[in-house]
Design a protein around this ligand. Sequence first.
Ligand SMILES: Cc1cc2nc3c(=O)[nH]c(=O)nc-3n(C[C@H](O)[C@H](O)[C@H](O)COP(=O)(O)OP(=O)(O)OC[C@H]3O[C@@H](n4cnc5c(N)ncnc54)[C@H](O)[C@@H]3O)c2cc1C
Length: 312
Amino acid sequence: MCDWDGIIVNAQSEEIVEATPQVVLLGLAMPVGGSGLDIAFTENLRGYEQEAVLPEQLIEIAGRTCYKTHDRITKESASQFVKTRILDSGHASVLEHSLAIFRITGGSRSFTHQLVRHRLMGISQESQRYCDEGSFRVIIPPSIKNNILALALYKFNLQICKAVYKKLIDILGKKYKEDARFVLPNAVESEIVISPNFRELRHIFELRCDSHAQWEIRNIALQMLGIMKQVAPTVFGDFIIDTEKGCAYQIPLTCEKAISIIRGFATKPARDRRLCCIEPDYIKALQHLTLCPNSDCKEAAEHIIFDIGRLN
Ligand SMILES: Cc1cc2nc3c(=O)[nH]c(=O)nc-3n(C[C@H](O)[C@H](O)[C@H](O)COP(=O)(O)OP(=O)(O)OC[C@H]3O[C@@H](n4cnc5c(N)ncnc54)[C@H](O)[C@@H]3O)c2cc1C
């Protein structure tokens, strides 16, 4: 007979430790010296290896191969190249040359299960088969944390799971961690390292930073986005983090593209302008102006719109 009372007594003394989600950038793809390209190109690169935008320079180097324009690389050219030749032109495949490697701790097994649905990235995850989970940390959802009864029940269940997991290992032996893990709940912390390229990262942010995404993966994706906005500000510049709402939204088009569409609209005869209003690019340009936090962009558009008003 199983010693139920013993397990309950042991469970009561089990400590439930909450884990905090933490995202660390482990690595980035960036240009290295001695790549065998022509001298003008390497000369241009020299002197700004420490800049924060190196991953974008790698994208520029790769992307310029299409046009054989490496001689146009300057200290500032990467950002403009990424804006016009990649983001505005929709040549997203060039973004695949750069990748970021993240280590994520303090996320639940439920979070990692959602994350690994994104197939286009390298993944290494803590193995519940090999690691002893006897002192697992947990993630507590806010709705449960804010309700005394729910929290008590939640902790009670976790204590039981912990005690049963340990008891199973006692009975079966350490080799059977792979079987004892079947009683571990989704709440258990699971460490993971991922290496998505920038195109895939943009896709992940689009889905997981959205206000409809589940809170845990959204919070962690927002941490990753915050880091990426620092190391590749142009590539991820169209994602705007709303700290109050705890999500991010994407602005269609770059400021330059939106202004150029509005300008193109302004130069058309009034009759054609009416038709333009239903063009997808024009609608995107207006969305851009509504969402963009850049005041220069809004000002430029206001001038153009003011001029249209005068023409009419
Ligand atoms: C809010 C939300 C709710 C969700 N709810 C559920 C749910 O209830 N149940 C569930 O099972 N899942 C759910 N998911 C997961 C979802 O179905 C996807 O599995 C996950 O978002 C990965 O997206 P993806 O396939 O676009 O991306 P990735 O695997 O990251 O791929 C990126 C892109 O590459 C392309 N691609 C990748 N692989 C292929 C392929 N084999 N063939 C062709 N093109 C490919 C596609 O364009 C794809 O969008 C949910 C996701 C979100 C964001």
